[in-house]
Ligand binder design. Structure first.
Ligand SMILES: Nc1nc2c(ncn2[C@@H]2O[C@H](COP(=O)(O)OP(=O)(O)OP(=O)(O)O)[C@@H](O)[C@H]2O)c(=O)[nH]1
Ligand SMILES: [Mg+2]
Length: 607
């Protein structure tokens, strides 16, 4: 077999003499026995080179005993990007081991062990150096190695998939590992804060080179893999669900509360999209890292955590640039999506009507057009999951120009839809039926209210974005002054969310026009939601950014059946004009009808 091996020396090779580079390159020609970690000769030789260049080196070896990578630097500095590993993910080890030299008489570093875990290396052989030694003519070296340590991953047999995101980041200490009798252990403690791992490593006592070389390598890895596989199967109960690692980045302008509320909402969004959040990682930064959003250390932690909990998807709580996605996916080894993609995915799953599907497809294409390049080959999007539904793999891989064309055509169709809806509204205007649009944050209870008031049968659910398509129903209310029956139309439409993706706002312009074109708005607020004040603000922001200024709005606080007195008092004080109702329990409906009549009269009276 034997693919052609390119003799690249990885890592920092600046300042090395060409003779030294040659020596490093020659390591590629070495072949080790498949069932040994290393031979004493090979280890001494690597140690001799490392001693001469006064730098640590790492040699990566596959199960056939071939050297596949030589790097100058620590295991962390020379690690193989996950996507370049021959086998990655699943319950297996990667089939690669690393022999690392270390200049000082120290046990394997945390960073080196973490790198081992991220790459799921078969083993890490850690050679500490004496600082000198003897080279014989005609090859062969002795005396360069002070001690050898053998480290490898161990299965924990614990299932962490039930973790609730709130329980994380309390910095809990890693549990001590049960030690097996055959290999003495120096330490298994990780100092990485807040890192819950379901596998950890085992590090041996310092061994003599001979002892190390006499151990059966294949025996160890095959035994380990059998255990990992069992564990993996146990975790894979629901293969349809995306297993998500959430990443929150808190930047300067954000308050802690805002940040945490955003994460709670993102968990719901992921769940609504059909994923399961296994764990959340957080980082504070003054501003996002331009290449990778989070810092280098955090990328490592994400990578390790994703490995450990068997996540297949990383979701960031902010929008990512195409380059950031590319960099992150290369370093982490699994799919990375941002909040917008999760929202678009929900919309794609929800769209039922032709108009809905049309607008979702447009939004997805507009979002993905600048992101086309670089994805696709490296990261297979096959197999479904969040961020893969909608226009579909094949379309995403089509030429940019074909997509641009499709966007143009969809834009036209949306224009037609817009014109059609406009004509419908014109007819209503003609008949002088005043219109009110119900707006509000998603899940506020808009559809429930429309159903209660008009006996409509709009789908309602404790879900984000249950409604995509607008529904309009006639409603008769007592006119404000005369008390005569007054006919109005009430429209329920798509809910809003904090930072509604611009691609969606544009694509859903035909739907959102139902809002801007209405004579007045009923702004429904879920008062039982802890972040109700921010939700009001978000809705207001979206309304003010609409191309056409909407009509006057009446604020109605919903779900008062599920609200304590204190919250009610705060809302009353802050919004003295508001109405308080429960759509589900049909509370406050009479008052609401009266206030709607007043609103209509105010809105359509000549000013
Ligand atoms: N406790 C309580 N729950 C309510 C009330 N009104 C609505 N709900 C619940 O809130 C959830 C959301 O209701 P929907 O009517 O679907 O909300 P929506 O605003 O249309 O949401 P989207 O269409 O998803 O944006 C449902 O589970 C309703 O049963 C209420 O007055 N009290
Ligand atoms: Mg709804």
């Amino acid at each position: 077999m034997g693919a052609k091996l390119i003799e690249t020396i990885y890592g920092n090779i600046q300042g090395l003499k060409s003779s030294q580079l040659k020596q490093l390159e020659r390591l590629y020609h070495q072949r080790l026995p498949g069932d040994r970690f290393t031979t004493p000769e090979f280890a001494q030789r690597a140690a001799a080179i490392s001693t001469e260049i006064d730098e640590p080196i790492c040699v990566y070896i596959n199960r056939r005993g071939q050297v596949i990578r030589v790097g100058v630097g620590t295991p962390r500095q020379t690690q193989i990007p996950p996507l370049e590993l021959p086998r990655y993910g699943g319950g297996r080890l990667s089939g690669i081991r690393c022999i690392a030299t270390h200049l000082k008489p120290e046990t394997p570093s945390e960073a080196a062990l973490t790198a081992m875990a991220i790459q799921r290396l078969d083993a890490l052989v850690w050679l500490t150096l004496t600082g000198g030694g003897f080279q014989r003519r005609g090859g062969g070296a002795t005396g360069y190695i002070q001690a050898a340590y053998l480290a490898h991953l161990i299965p924990q047999g614990e299932n962490f998939t039930e973790d609730k995101p709130e329980e994380i980041d309390k910095g809990e200490k890693l549990s001590e590992v049960a030690l097996s009798a055959d290999t003495p252990v120096v330490g298994t403690q990780s100092t990485t804060p807040a890192l819950k791992t379901s596998f950890l490593w085992k590090v041996s006592e310092p061994l003599s080179l001979e002892t190390l070389a006499s151990q059966d390598f294949l025996d160890l890895v095959e035994g380990l893999e059998a255990e990992f596989e069992g564990e993996f199967v146990a975790k894979e109960v629901d293969a349809d669900q995306d297993k998500v690692l959430l990443v929150g980045v808190m930047t300067q302008e954000m308050t802690q509360q805002h940040f945490e509320d955003g994460l709670v909402e993102l968990v719901r969004l992921v769940e609504t999209a059909g994923g399961q959040v296994l764990q959340t990682l957080r980082q504070k930064r003054s501003r996002p890292h331009p290449q990778t959003v989070v810092g280098e250390g955090k990328v490592q932690e994400i990578s390790l955590t994703a490995q450990t909990i068997s996540a297949n998807l990383v979701v960031f709580d902010r929008d990512l640039s195409p380059a950031q996605v590319r960099n992150l996916e290369t370093q982490i080894g699994i799919r990375v999506v941002d909040r917008t993609e999760v929202i678009l995915d929900i919309f794609a799953q929800r769209a039922r009507s032709g108009a809905g599907k049309l607008q979702v497809e447009l939004a997805q294409l507009q979002y993905s057009l600048p992101r086309l390049r670089g994805r696709g080959q490296a990261m297979s999007r096959q197999g479904g999951g969040i961020g893969t539904r909608g226009p579909g793999e094949t379309k995403l891989e089509t030429e940019r120009r074909a997509i641009a064309k499709r966007i143009a055509r969809l834009q036209q169709e949306v224009n037609q839809l817009q014109a059609h809806r406009f004509r419908l509204r014109q007819q209503r205007h003609h008949r002088e039926v005043p219109s009110i649009a119900i707006v509000g944050y998603t899940n506020a209870g808009k559809s429930t209210l429309l159903n209660v008031l008009t006996n409509a049968e709009v789908y309602t659910a404790d879900q984000l974005f249950a409604t995509l398509d607008p529904t309009t129903r006639r409603l008769t209310i007592p006119a404000a002054v005369t008390g005569e029956p007054l006919s109005i139309v009430l429209t329920d439409t798509v809910g809003f969310i904090h930072e509604l993706p611009p691609a969606l706002i544009d694509a859903f312009r035909a739907t959102l026009e139902e809002v801007t074109d209405a004579d007045a708005l009923l702004h429904l607020v879920d008062l039982s939601h802890p972040a109700w004040q921010n939700q009001i603000r978000s809705v207001m922001n979206i309304l003010t950014e609409m191309p056409v200024t909407p009509g006057p709005a009446l604020v109605a606080f919903n779900k008062i059946d599920a609200v304590d007195g204190e919250t009610l008092a705060i809302a009353r004080e802050e919004f003295p004009q508001a109405v308080f109702i429960s759509a589900a329990k049909a509370l406050g409906m009479e008052t609401l009808r009266h206030r709607l009549a007043q609103l209509v009269q105010y809105a359509i009276s000549p000013r």
